[in-house]
Design a protein around this ligand. Structure first.
Ligand SMILES: [Zn+2]
Length: 439
């Protein structure tokens, strides 16, 4: 984010090789913001319907932890790049409070060396650009949280600004959870969190618990469900849950306490003196807005209209922009090759056969064309072949009638062989059953 080190911590051949005086915080080293990261954050803000700041700055967030060589993180405090956005999902819209840009920290590894418990630190990830997206407290259920995060993931991948690969830690999910008592002061039950009533925002609970660094959508749902149940239990005793940061243990499906939650004042934020504030003109923002690629909602509507696909297929195809591009390339190849099947047949083939999107989209059309040629076989030929097979395999027919229905596949294979691979399997099966019942 502030130096020229390679950003590829996940594939680094060894620890502490993508480092330099800037990200190691050595004396005299000066940070320079990554222009592309700033532009991409603004693009993300635009895609999330945010207001983009015309004046923004970086701040120092001071804290000591071994994964942070400088003793502070360069982040954004009171003037983030983007504010006030919204994400539309069927489960209920979620407003975006802010989107800000900062640097990632290094990674600690707790392990054993020569029989001693040690903590090792790897700074390869240190100073990789990191965007933090904070929502308003609009999420009312774990299902809504999961749907929102999936949508966010999709938008990031459409923008092409991150692979957002959760296995590699390039997207990390951190729900903040609290349970609001009913108006009469009683504690709600486990299933009362389905409404998206923003009016209740005015009276948020006096505490919140953050679960850090979750790496899958289903784990977020599990962590939230676990926390809600835990909070209800504590609230029922008359107490409030402790405001703290917790971690999710995947194997046990539980959260565990990590540390008490800090307030902003604990970090002694102040403007980063080594980086001047950033100013953006309306024209710059407008140019970035015009350069935005098609986003998932627009792709969904376009696909539905252009190819007359059902919603379920469209949803699957737009889920991943790589799959979407592959599908559209296959449809285009179909036109070139004068393939007569519908776009829906092409969609079904790609989805059902789980075609590798790295392969040649035109090969999909070639397979569909040869398949269509194969199943093109006059019904008279099917009947004639099936009649021959039934006559020549009297024992199999008797077996079938005595309940060994498996032999039908054998007979079907014989018919296929006679037709040299042509003919539709379902049609052949129907004809065989008709002939057997008559014999
Ligand atoms: Zn560096």
């Amino acid at each position: 984010m502030f130096c020229g080190c390679k950003n590829d911590p996940f594939n680094a051949p060894q620890p502490n090789i993508y480092t330099c005086p800037v990200c190691l915080g050595l004396p005299g080293a000066l940070p320079v913001p990554n222009k592309k990261a700033v532009e991409w954050t603004i693009m993300l803000g635009l895609a999330l319907g945010c207001d983009i700041a015309r004046l923004s700055k970086f701040d120092r967030k001071n804290y000591f932890y071994p994964d942070l060589a400088k003793g502070y993180q360069i982040s954004q405090y009171d003037m983030p790049l983007c504010t006030n956005g919204i994400v539309h999902i069927p489960e209920g819209d979620v407003r975006i409070h802010r989107v800000h840009l900062e640097e990632d920290t290094g990674k600690l590894q707790h392990t054993t060396v020569d029989g001693h418990s040690v903590s090792l630190v790897d700074f390869n990830r240190s100073s990789v650009p990191l965007v933090e997206i904070v929502t308003e407290p609009d999420i009312r259920s774990s299902d809504q949280a999961k749907a929102f995060l999936k949508k966010l993931h999709q938008i990031v991948r459409y923008l092409g600004i991150s692979q957002a690969d959760m296995d590699k830690g390039s997207m990390r999910l951190e729900p903040n959870i609290s349970v609001l008592k009913r108006d009469d002061g009683t504690v709600p039950g486990l299933t009362e969190f389905t409404t998206n009533d923003v009016s209740s925002m005015a009276k948020l609970p006096p505490y919140k618990v953050e679960v850090k660094n979750i790496n899958s959508f289903s784990f977020v749902k599990k962590a939230i469900d676990f926390e809600v149940a835990r909070h209800i239990e504590i609230l029922n005793t008359g107490a409030y849950p402790k405001q703290e940061t917790r971690g999710f243990e995947e194997n046990r499906g539980v959260t565990v306490s990590q540390r008490s939650k800090e307030d902003a004042k604990d970090y002694r934020y102040f403007p980063e003196p080594d980086i001047p504030p950033m100013r953006f003109t309306d024209a710059q923002i407008e140019t970035m807005k015009n350069a935005l690629p098609e986003l998932p909602d627009a792709a969904f509507n376009r696909l539905k209209t252009a190819y007359a696909l059902p919603d379920s297929d469209t949803l699957l195809l737009v889920d991943n922009p790589v799959l979407l591009r592959f599908y559209e390339a296959a449809v285009a190849a179909g036109k070139t090759k004068k393939y007569t099947g519908t776009p829906k047949i092409i969609a079904n083939y790609i989805i059902n056969k789980q075609i590798d999107t790295a392969s040649d989209p035109a090969a999909v059309i070639d397979s569909l064309i040869s398949q269509a040629n194969l199943s093109a076989c006059p019904i008279e030929e099917v009947v004639a072949a099936a009649t021959n097979v039934v006559a020549a395999n009297a024992k199999a027919v008797i077996d079938y009638k005595s309940g060994k229905t498996g032999v039908l596949m054998f007979l079907l294979g014989m018919v296929k062989r006679e037709l040299k691979g042509r003919g539709d399997a379902a049609v052949i099966e129907t004809e065989l059953k008709k002939l057997i019942s008559k014999s």
